[in-house]
Design a binder for this molecule. Structure first.
Ligand code: HEM
Length: 396
């Protein structure tokens, strides 16, 4: 008995298995390293953080004013290798014209520096550790810390005339900025995460507990929503129709006679069904399609994890459910199709299953189960896409 395997559908199952691999590797990244928030925040010490409540801080600046010339500060951040985190003192929530304190971690222990933002660039003061005394620093288990004293004013720090306007007075209240990124040779690079600005001004002479919110990037949000519209909804409805339901509508056309599985560039090269090179087109088309789906799946995770997107971790949970959905339902449909498809009796009494792309696109009857599976699949995709958009757009 000769049985033709329906190879494009087998490929479909293989792609689904690959996508499950991506899901499992992402389950781990949902749980990341965090910093504990001390109970003294807002009580005996001032704190600035990402709005954390207990042990879920992504960074933490702690301060205490002992009443002398110096403020005692500790800046704790997450990261391994050459990284930095920086606090900006600003009169608005913009990067420009902010006086900056950096905690820079290299292969040796972290060090503190003072710099200033001019527009969208940053440069150290000529006295690059002006007014700062590092009391201790550490870099262990993916967390680095700088504990230091800072002279409250430029005068107390004996700043040069050029540096004095870039060294802000810590007796005044400031909007605090937080930036994080890589360092190279001890110098800071452009932040890799979206900087945040404090929700209120911080008073270093009191024990404030100040959270921060990410700076707005509406175009990044719009980009994410449009890309997920294509890659969570349209692409999978298209692939499902082409793989599972194609035989039901072999001759159907949409607008102006275009086939539903029409792909503009590849369609130009598409030979007629009985052409000997049709198989080459078929293989190329299938590989390109599956590669696009796999890359798009990776991209959905990396995009939602980008700090610039500032999407909540729940978007990744939606993506995991989405990936399970795009694996389980098509496999169920594929199994249904394989077992419900009638074997064809040929002349030599051999039983053959209809090859998937035999060239003769025999129309199969539209049965209720297939309609139901298709409807459930599309409604599920739509629901998951909407959940993703709402969560993704919600995180500022
Ligand atoms: C080498 C250093 C830096 C470079 C090249 C740089 C560059 C930029 C650029 C190009 C933007 C606009 C696009 C974007 O949002 O990504 C930006 C935004 C921002 N940066 Fe920086 N930055 C640097 C360091 C810093 C530091 C040290 C801080 C504060 C501690 C900071 C705070 C901000 C903030 C709050 C924003 C968003 C608000 C705004 O657009 O003004 N940056 N930066």
């Amino acid at each position: 008995m000769r049985i033709y395997m329906m190879w494009p559908n087998s490929g479909y199952v293989l792609v689904k298995a690959l996508i499950l691999g991506i899901v499992s590797s992402n389950l781990n990244s949902v749980c990341a390293q965090t910093i504990s928030k001390p109970s003294s925040c807002g009580d005996s010490t001032g704190c600035f953080h990402n709005g954390c409540t207990s042990d879920d801080c992504e960074f933490l600046l702690k301060w205490q004013d002992g009443g002398g010339d110096d403020l005692d500060l500790t800046l704790t951040c997450i990261g391994t290798g050459d990284k930095y985190c920086a606090i900006g003192l600003s009169s608005d929530s913009k990067m420009a014209s902010a006086s900056v304190i950096e905690c820079v971690s290299t292969s040796s222990t972290p060090a503190v520096y003072v710099s200033y933002n001019t527009g969208y660039s940053n440069s150290r003061l000529s006295q690059n550790q002006l007014g700062l005394t590092l009391t201790s620093s550490s870099h262990t288990n993916g967390i680095f810390t700088c504990t230091f004293k800072r002279k409250k004013t430029a005068t107390l720090a004996s700043a040069s005339v050029a540096d004095s306007t870039k060294y802000f007075d810590m007796n005044s209240d400031w909007t605090l900025l937080y930036a994080y990124g890589s360092s190279s040779g001890g110098s800071i690079q452009q932040h890799s995460s979206n900087p945040c600005a404090s929700l209120e001004t911080a008073d270093f002479q009191s024990s404030d507990d100040v959270g921060c919110s990410a700076t707005d990037r509406p175009l990044v949000k719009l980009h994410g929503i449009l890309m997920s519209l294509v890659w969570m909804l349209f692409a999978h409805v298209g692939v499902f129709m082409a793989s599972i339901n194609k035989q039901t509508w072999p001759d159907s056309t949409l607008w102006f006679g275009l086939k539903p599985w029409f792909v503009p560039i590849m369609a130009a090269f598409r030979p007629k069904p009985d052409h000997p090179r049709r198989i080459i087109f078929r293989i190329a088309h299938t590989l390109v399609g599956y590669l696009a789906i796999i890359l798009a799946t990776v991209n959905l995770y990396t995009g939602a994890s980008l700090s610039a997107a500032n999407a909540p971790a729940s978007t990744r949970i939606v993506l995991i459910v989405f990936n399970v959905w795009i694996v389980v339902v098509p496999i169920a449909a594929f199994l249904y199709l394989a077992f419900s498809r009638k074997p064809k009796q040929n002349k030599s009494n051999e039983v053959e299953l209809e090859p998937y792309d035999s060239g003769q696109e025999t129309k199969e009857p539209l049965d209720n189960v297939r309609v139901l599976i298709t409807a459930v699949y599309v409604v599920g995709l739509l629901a998951l896409s909407i959940a993703f958009w709402v969560l993704f757009a919600g995180g500022k």
